[in-house]
Write a protein that binds this ligand. Structure first.
Ligand code: LMR
Length: 331
């Protein structure tokens, strides 16, 4: 009898303890728009695993991929309202709130992903960009790479600037991306990522630009005929949280989450490019495109010259200091 009641009371204690932990459990909703088998999709899942492990279950991370919870254009507002705690929109989309962030959209601004990483680590570029987020209740936690964008079109191959003439391309919400297409007489159409496949399928747009992992995982190559490997622009992500939420976390939890984030960032840096390359191989193996063209040096030079007007056009909005700092890294 006694032993029985002892065991009851110890299981009561256990229940109480479990309930206390559950009550304290911190839930982080992390919303994004891409498939899970992409640099960002994999990174988000890795962050979840590490965060839950390092905080010994005190934190639960709920990942919502594929625009399940929020679309591109409303996710930052959702972070500001603390309806989601983490988002990782492309830097292009951050430019809706902070035009300076569009610096990553400038055509041919970066020679390789390593230069983008150098830019983000420099005080005059990354430091400046991350600091301004706090003006709008946001905090930048990390920068995750995807990689370079390629062009696709339904009607004919894209070799020279003239080939863009009159073609309708989907763009992310970024003024610089619109200007990039206007510089070659194409017609840019801003549109959320989740709508691109059906817009291509129905011919609402003729073409689009994206990384190989986004093209493959969303099957854009199945509704396009031509792809040019142009590496003309960079696509990466600002991992962003709500500043009050983050600062309100217990110090030890925040430290463990930072550790999980740092390891994830390191992983994306080392694997983003490889993943995109693997996706190119999958696109080739699918054999749905009529042609995959690799931009020649002369063609690239023609694109660079045609698109260069964007730099002058946005000098005032983005700031000459920022543009010059990026140019200095490249030249
Ligand atoms: C896009 O809209 O094309 C990208 O921002 C999607 C993404 O997040 O990679």
């Amino acid at each position: 009898q006694e032993a029985q009641s002892e065991s009851n009371s110890s299981s009561d204690d256990n229940n109480k303890a479990t309930k206390a932990v559950e009550a304290e459990k911190i839930v982080i909703k992390f919303s994004h728009v891409v498939a899970e088998d992409t640099p960002k999709g994999k990174a988000a899942n890795m962050f979840k695993e590490l965060a839950e492990q390092y905080t010994e279950g005190r934190v639960e991370v709920e990942i919502f991929p594929n625009s399940q919870l929020y679309n591109d254009d409303d996710v930052l507002a959702a972070v500001q309202q603390n309806n989601v705690q983490i988002a990782a929109p492309s830097t292009s989309k951050v430019s809706k709130l902070f035009p300076e962030w569009t610096i990553f959209d400038f055509p041919f601004a970066f020679n390789d992903v390593a230069s983008v990483q150098d830019a983000m680590e420099s005080e005059e570029i990354g430091g400046k960009l991350f600091n301004m987020l706090s003006e709008q209740k946001l905090l930048g936690l990390a920068m995750w790479d995807n990689g370079f964008k390629q062009m696709t079109l339904d009607d004919h191959p894209l070799y020279m600037p003239d080939d863009f003439d009159g073609q309708q391309f989907r763009v992310m919400s970024s003024k610089v991306l619109e200007a990039q297409f206007e510089s070659v007489s194409a017609v840019p159409t801003p549109m959320p990522f989740s709508e691109v496949y059906s817009a291509l399928e129905q011919g609402v747009i003729n073409g689009q630009e994206n990384t190989l992992s986004n093209i493959y995982s969303k099957k854009f190559h199945e509704v396009q005929k031509y792809m040019t490997i142009s590496n003309h622009g960079y696509l990466g992500y600002a991992v962003i949280t709500n500043v009050e939420f983050w600062n309100g976390l217990p110090d030890d939890v925040r430290e463990q989450l930072e550790k999980a984030l740092n390891e994830t960032t390191q992983w994306v840096r080392e694997n983003g490019e490889k993943l995109n390359q693997e996706n190119l191989e999958k696109i080739i193996a699918d054999d749905m495109l009529k042609e995959i063209h690799y931009l020649t040096d002369d063609q690239k030079q023609a694109w660079v010259e045609a698109m260069n007007v964007v730099y002058d056009e946005f000098e005032e909005e983005v700031g000459a200091d920022l543009i010059n700092a990026v140019k200095a890294l490249r030249d």
